[in-house]
Design a binder for this molecule. Sequence first.
Ligand code: 0WE
Length: 260
Amino acid sequence: MSFLAGKRALIIGLASNRSIAWGIAQAMHKQGAELAFSYQTEKLRPRVEKMGAECGSQIALPCDVTSDDEIAALFKSLEQHWDGLDIIVHSVAYAPQEALQGNYLESVTRDSFRLAHDISAYSFAALAKAGLPMMQGRSGALLTMSYLGGVRTVPHYNVMGPAKASLEANVRYLAQALGAQGIRVNAVSAGPIRTLAASGIRDFRKMLAAFEQSAPLRRCITIEEVGNTAAFLCSDLASGITGEVVYVDGGFNTIAMADF
Ligand code: 0WE
């Protein structure tokens, strides 16, 4: 069963073959979706083009989500290829590396707070706003990636916590704003995954080990598992689901205490 047959999806946040965006792209491709990708910098362009081609896509367009002009240009270019759009996947987050270390209060600054919220939360609304004209009248879906640190404290996650809280609120407000037009908006809250972004985080391996010991499934989750849930949420199989944050974390968020 190809439950995304006939759907066109734009995927934002592909950086390597370990990216969550890559798991989502592969799952959506498997389910018959047609894909387009954006890349953040020229340096990433060849890699995104090559991975896109593996998913049958010939569309790779530049977009730095901090720029409204680049977001507008992204959809203008996409219109040259497609006459409509069904799905936008937002798999983008950033806080300065220094902000993801040590004590929250010691590391947070006005600048890191602004940047983390701009890139990790506002950009989702910016993409929804700019993408809406292409999505109108076709039962579309928006999807973003969150993390438990947005609703509970996690050591060193720091300013990304408030940024993910803002992103999740964004999901609810966008769902309310876009529901009348048949567009659904959801988030997947994934367990920790060793991606390129995670390689910049101190003691990430220790965190993964602690996670594996405590999660009900006793293992880490994969980008394939995130991809399958993302594909489902963006498909008509999930036509009654909007404004939700779906956990793909082996049950970690449901425990209060691990076995001892
Ligand atoms: O949302 C994230 C991390 C996103 C992220 C990663 C980086 C690394 C490189 C945002 N900004 C940057 N900036 C960089 O300079 N996760 C859910 C993964 C993550 O990151 C953590 C975690 C977990 C889990 C940071 C500290 C503690 C736990």
